[in-house]
Unconditional design. Structure first.
Length: 113
């Protein structure tokens, strides 16, 4: 819970979560009081849910704000790019936006929520 509460307070945009796996021949594998697999799975899932919730909350906080986006590629009729803080943004337009740095206002569908 200490780790969970710390990560909840920090509110990272994205977290890479993986559970500990015992590796034979390592010092950690010889340690006593190993955590049961089902407990590791529950803890891992709880942190993944926290990461997903944090990301959604942060993305929603940008709706209505103007940001600069460097557009990089077209996928399925949408131009996709990244903001200065690496948030992925997409927009539908008939224009070629490749390598353009544009100020846009974020809408609900712009950030992939």
């Amino acid at each position: 819970m200490e780790t969970y509460n710390f990560l909840k307070e920090i509110k990272f945009f994205k977290m890479h979560i993986f559970k500990y796996s015992k590796r034979n021949g390592t010092v950690a594998a010889k340690m006593e009081n190993q955590i049961e697999e089902n407990i590791k799975e529950k803890r891992s899932q709880k942190l993944i849910e926290l990461s997903d919730n944090n990301q959604k909350e942060i993305l929603e906080s940008y709706i209505g704000k103007e940001v600069e986006v460097l557009f990089e590629e077209e996928k399925g009729g949408y131009w996709q790019g990244h903001t200065t803080n690496y948030m992925t943004v997409k927009t539908k337009t008939g224009e070629n936006l490749k390598n353009l740095l544009l100020k846009i206002r974020i809408g609900y569908n712009s950030v992939g929520i």
